[in-house]
Design a protein around this ligand. Sequence first.
Ligand code: MN
Ligand code: MN
Length: 454
Amino acid sequence: MDYEYKRKNCYKEADEKELKAIFDYAEGYKQFLYTSKTERGATATAEKLAAARGYKPFTFGNKIKAGDKLYFINRDKNIFIIRVGTKDVAKHGVKIMAAHVDSPRLDLKPNPVFEDGGMAYLKTHYYGGIKKYQWTTIPLALHGVVMLHGGKRVDVCIGEEEGDPIFYISDLLPHLSQEQNAKPLGTAISGESLNAVLASIPDDEEKKAVKSAALKLLHDKYGMTEVDFEASELCFVPAGKPRDVGLDRALISAYGHDDKVCAYPEMTALFDCNSKDTIIAVFADKEEVGSNGVTGMQSRVILDLIDCISHGLGADPVLVRYNSKCVSADVTAAYDPAYADVYEKSNASYINCGASLTKYHGARGKSSTNDASAEMVGYLRDAFDDAGVIWQTGELGKIDIGGGGTVAMFIANLGIDTCDMGVPVLSMHAPYEVISKADLYSMHKAMVAFCEKE
Ligand code: MN
Ligand code: MN
């Protein structure tokens, strides 16, 4: 009998077969992540994976019936993958796993192009919580869409293919940084200085016009003119593929683990689980800026979907919601020995010790958070333990040091029991974050256990 709570290390506990499963699973995730840097990328990748498994597109107005395998794409930026079960949804509710697929990045301003010092630049407006100094002097790729006049959409992706150019934001040389170095970290680099080099060869006819030459290149490639930036969603994200970290390759460094590292496992769990429940895997947008707007989890769309499922199966949606359960699948902070004083060691999440169940986030005395009930946590704990999942529990940092948020409270506010759970991340929100392959696989197993719990 173990009277004491002790975290377990997934790698230490794993036999050869489990180790192979951990490493194999990570390869699928790395592929997914590379094509899912933005919410649009993640939505398109998820659609392909779902369609390959026989899932069919759903639109509002369609009839839903037991046994359907569906996906609903909300404005190309938010996907709901739905497995309609055969159990009575009025009695058992639906099981929801909700992750987000937007990540902190640098969006372009609506009128972004300017020229100075013989170079043309793109002005950015950062999206989500970033440490601005981390985004200078690293290779950046440009992703997104432009709507041309008349409704034609052009997809843009520059900087990911071998041989593509990348984009670059400069920083001051140390030789001239005496004043900059004396500033607090948060203000040393301003938002308005995050301008990326677009081009530097001047136009042949008008000798100095680098800007017009750059706009001509964009017109040649995409058929766009400067005014089309206003009807675009373009952003800079770190260029390149996920890479293994460490001699033993136990960890992965990549852009956008938060929160694709939870989105991928909830999707694979939905695909792989053996369950008669109705299950929804949500890839939400706009979590990093408060979940507002038509593709965020504060929008009505999820309610409308639950209504459609309920009506299709002849159940009262009020009963369905009341009996539903949700895992808000989002990352948490991994204990970092370099910054040990912001963590409380007994209640921190540790790398390689499994996905972490987080009862509440919030700040200043648990404000602005979902605080999961003992019953809900108990339900999940039983699901994980009975399935042999190695998992841990933790808070995001010490009391009154800061805090975080997820989509959990927005789903709980709909009258659905919800609890946060996710993979611990080192350097969260940095251009390159780090996670553990074992924790990723633990998340997959935990989500399968949730889906399969009777
Ligand atoms: Mn997140
Ligand atoms: Mn985040």
